[in-house]
Design a protein around this ligand. Structure first.
Ligand code: FUB
Length: 324
């Protein structure tokens, strides 16, 4: 094991095998995992927390892949802030999806207009090279909520992109995957749809008082469909720390029905949690992050994976973290 870690450090950006344990990458911080199944491999697109920082100042995105969920290949840094002329900081959560043999990596970043925007890079291969597809943000409306894009192409070919922090938005992407039609829609939030409603900043002490321990949509949506059910997993709230929660719908645009928490009250050593869900070779996996790599914490986060089984009705059980 020690030899493998050392090799990974030395080889830098070259493709190499890294360890299969939680945290599954031990050679760099790997927050905000976004898994993608393509052909017979799982690709895990992640961010990169920089050691020593006390905020989410992030500059690049990393990629790993596996054919067995045990041995992971390091594909280095296929995308970074400098690939977007308009991006200056906060290379935050991203997701890559495939359509018609092209790969679209949706990212969010702080822009040179002093807000955050969502961009998209495109490639002919899941491992790159990736290029900014439009040379400007796909979404930039002055809001600081434009983070954490998640994209799903439905069976009828309509693609949807959800994103948000506090406020959850979606648009219908066009077939080219780099433009959209119609308005940006703000998703209504209620106790029934997302477990609670986030209070406007500064109004936390106003009446009516918040119910203790109320869940709510914070950020990090992960939108997907399975057996006819649409799922919206998201970073929710549990005792002042992010947990993973989810809502479901029978339509890609809601209304959403809150189902509860997926990962809660776990010793993750991180304020944030952010995840993705896939089925791969007949098994279901939750990807998420913790601050459990030595030297890690809320600003040094690492990807982890748990296998789980859906309940017979499609609901998701509570999932515990494992450290190995
Ligand atoms: O990694 C930076 C931000 O922290 C992400 O965009 C959020 O989802 C949270 O994980």
């Amino acid at each position: 094991i020690k030899k493998c870690i050392a090799t990974a450090f030395l080889c830098g950006y070259a493709a190499l095998n890294v360890l299969a344990q939680n945290p599954i990458v031990q050679t760099s911080f790997t927050p905000d995992p976004a898994p993608m199944v393509y052909k017979d491999r799982v690709y895990m697109y992640v961010g990169d927390d920089i050691p020593g920082y006390d905020f989410y100042y992030m500059t690049k995105w990393r990629l790993f892949s596996s054919a067995d969920m045990v041995n992971w290949t390091d594909h280095g840094v296929p995308l970074a802030l400098e690939d977007f002329s308009w991006a200056i900081d906060r290379a935050w959560a991203a997701q890559c999806v495939e359509r018609n043999g092209k790969f679209y990596w949706y990212i969010c970043a702080q822009t040179n207009q002093n807000n955050v925007g969502i961009g998209v890079a495109v490639s002919d291969s899941p491992t790159g090279p990736f290029k900014d597809a439009i040379g400007k943000p796909l979404i930039m409306n002055g809001s600081w909520s434009n983070i954490d894009p998640t994209v799903y192409v439905d069976d009828d070919g309509q693609a949807y992109m959800y994103w948000g922090n506090g406020t959850l938005y979606y648009v219908k992407l066009n077939e080219d995957m780099i433009s959209y039609s119609g308005d940006i829609v703000e998703v209504p939030q209620s106790i029934e749809s997302f477990g609670g409603v986030r209070r406007p900043r500064g109004s936390e002490n106003q009446q009516p008082p918040a119910e203790p321990n109320k869940d709510m949509f914070i950020e990090g949506p992960w939108f997907f469909k399975r057996n006819g059910i649409y799922y919206q997993m998201f970073a929710g709230m549990e005792k002042g720390t992010e947990c993973l929660s989810y809502s479901i719908s029978d339509s890609p645009t809601g209304p959403w029905k809150y189902q509860g928490r997926i990962m809660v009250n776990q010793p993750t050593n991180s304020f944030t949690n952010h995840g993705g869900v896939i089925d791969y070779k007949g098994k279901s996996y939750l990807f998420y992050h913790t601050g459990l790599l030595p030297g890690g914490g809320s600003y040094g986060r690492s990807s982890a994976i748990e296998e789980f089984k859906y309940n017979a009705d499609g609901t998701i059980p509570l999932i515990n973290i494992s450290k190995e």
